[in-house]
Design a protein. Structure first.
Length: 544
């Protein structure tokens, strides 16, 4: 093992690129405002005999997927699943109209996805529309000339209400938003860039292990909230070796509050910084949203080809953003301020909320083998049921937990619905309606009208908009945002400030592998600017 020589630390706000940087013996320190490595990869213990995932659960795709590669390299096992597994069509869901001609086949109740995909004309039509994206031109004159999925389905392709209801549950919810806020140009970019395959993989262990594996051997400071990054001196101007950036912050006081630590300031000097916090942390460091959006649109207008006469009518105005809770996100101040184009891009790429409602039961009452249901016309749009090997330590290992929880149903709701669930309903009301939905879906199979209540042993409601330092779920294809992610990814301050994180993925991919890819891209950007000696150490600028 080579000895890691201490050098000036190069702060990094949470990113898998630490692996890439640390193997060449550049001193790296990860500053993480939260209490664990992995950020949105987070879990709740004590609900089930395994850690229940609050954030990501699936490895999306088994091709070119860095998360899968890491799992394979570690010899970790996983299950491979086909998504969706089933659909549930609630009573009355097609009242608004359907593609299916009278007398044709339109599914009701719980149906195998493979059967509905073949036999239900609306399901087939919904898949066809999202595969072919008719009427969504690859290029439009400027970023403002875009339209939402809702406008596209209703006004451009004139889909039936049942197809639109399907698209809301099947596509928009999966993209982490609502049809109203889903931008079609970014949807087309996502489709073009997706190269990972369609399989869903579930690791037979917590995804927390992935985050911890990525952080191995790297100096990490948890509960270290960065408040300001300042460029003190421009290295290329002076040609001298010396501190370039100052990173100031304080020990974080959101979540746990260890005595004597809260608010304690820290300061670090570094040559370069990779900023990999969620979008909200870019904050608002000058300029109005209108100015920035105008600037972004103008810039796009001058660089994009003119629209063809067949282009569909663009959205008249940007959709109102979904509500995310800015008060829980720590905005970082940059001195000097970030470029106007970066600030503008951070406003057009949107993050919606997502809610997970986790219901623990002492026995299953649904069909054996069922693992995922996309629900159409029901209260909540999707549920899944996953289990993991029991965890031998911590609150999960409590024998009482293992006795009482045999299965956990996870309901997943995003976008406008997530906002409504968090802001317009009490948690108890959400619970009641979620249980009523389960009864409606599985009562017939269970042979009793209300199987869920008597079997419920515990539950949680997790609202991502109020998650400290994250303030939302993940970025989604956003109206008017085509091209903005390249701006989010662009380095600043002559390459001293580099950006990573899912929002900076040019392929509009908000998944874990995308976050990892952006980390590698950021590491490569840094390495392109440093010289390494034959022992893998950075050659100081003065002696180059
Ligand atoms: C409910 C939900 C379900 C999801 N499902 C899936 C899935 O099944 N599969 C999948 O691949 N992806 C899924 N995702 C998306 C996936 O979680 C993200 O794409 C990925 O984790 C993002 O990684 P990141 O490093 O960009 O950001 P994060 O993981 O959010 O890391 C950013 C870190 O920055 C920290 N930070 C913020 N501000 C500061 C500051 N001022 N100073 C220091 N640190 C700061 C935060 O605490 C956070 O830890 C899901 C996400 C959610 C929320």
């Amino acid at each position: 093992m080579p000895c890691r020589r201490p050098a000036r630390p190069r702060p990094i706000l949470h990113a898998p690129l630490v692996l890439t940087l640390s193997v060449i013996l550049i001193a790296v320190v990860v500053l993480e405002a939260g209490d664990h490595l992995g950020g949105r990869v987070s879990q709740v213990e004590g609900l089930a005999p395994w850690p229940v995932q609050l954030g990501p659960e699936f490895i999306h795709g088994d091709e070119r997927n860095l998360v899968k590669d890491l799992a394979d390299a570690r010899g970790w096992t996983y299950r491979t699943l086909e998504w969706p597994d089933r659909y549930y069509f609630a009573p009355g869901h097609a009242d608004g109209g359907s593609t299916t001609a009278p007398g044709g086949s339109s599914s009701t109740g719980l149906v195998d996805a493979s059967i509905a995909d073949e036999s239900d004309a609306d399901v087939a039509e919904c898949h066809r529309l999202f595969a072919d994206l008719p009427g969504v031109p690859a290029e439009m004159a400027n970023a403002a000339e875009d339209f939402s999925a809702e406008e596209w389905l209703r006004d451009v392709v004139k889909a039936s209400p049942r197809v639109i209801a399907l698209a809301e549950s099947l596509y928009a919810n999966d993209f982490g938003c609502s049809l109203r806020t889903m931008g079609m140009r970014e949807t087309a970019i996502e489709q073009k860039c997706w190269c990972y395959g369609e399989k869903y993989l579930v690791l037979n262990r917590s995804l927390r292990d992935v985050a911890e594996a990525l952080g191995e051997g790297v100096e990490t400071r948890l509960r270290a909230r960065v408040a300001e990054v300042t460029r003190e001196r421009n290295l290329s101007e002076t040609g001298e070796e010396g501190p370039l950036l100052t990173v100031r912050g304080e020990r974080s006081n959101l979540g746990e509050s260890p005595e004597g630590v809260n608010g304690a300031p820290f300061e670090l000097r570094a040559r370069r910084c990779v900023f990999a916090a969620p979008l909200g942390a870019l904050g608002d460091d000058g300029g109005s949203e209108d100015d920035d959006e105008e600037e972004y649109s103008k810039e796009k207008a001058s660089s994009s080809p003119k629209p063809s006469s067949s282009s569909p009518k663009p959205s008249s105005s940007s959709p109102k953003p979904s509500l995310t809770d800015a008060s829980v996100v720590s905005a970082v101040r940059f001195v000097p301020a970030l470029s106007a184009s970066k600030r503008a891009a951070s406003r057009v790429v949107r993050t919606s909320n997502a809610v997970k409602i986790l219901l623990a039961f002492d026995e299953p009452f649904w069909p054996a083998g069922l693992w995922d249901v996309v629900c159409v016309g029901a209260f909540l749009p999707e549920l899944w049921i996953l289990d993991f090997p029991p965890k031998p330590t911590g609150p999960c290992a409590d024998a009482a937990v293992a006795r009482r929880t045999k299965a956990v149903v996870t309901f997943f709701a995003c976008g406008d619905l997530a906002d409504a669930l968090t802001r317009e309903m009490s948690r108890e009301e959400v619970l009641e309606r979620a249980l009523a939905q389960l009864d409606e879906m599985f009562g017939e199979h269970a042979g009793e009208p209300a199987p869920s209540r008597a079997r419920l042993v515990d539950w949680r409601f997790h609202d991502w908009a109020s998650a400290p330092h994250v303030g939302g779920a993940y970025t989604h294809p956003s109206v008017g945002a085509a091209g903005a992610r390249e701006k989010l990814a662009a380095s600043e301050w002559g390459g001293a400030l580099v950006f990573a994180g899912e929002a900076t993925h040019a392929g509009v991919n908000p998944c874990m592998q995308a976050a990892m890819e952006t980390g590698i891209r950021a590491a490569e950007e840094i390495l392109a600017r440093v010289s390494i000696d034959d022992r893998g150490r950075e050659i100081p600028t003065r002696s180059r």
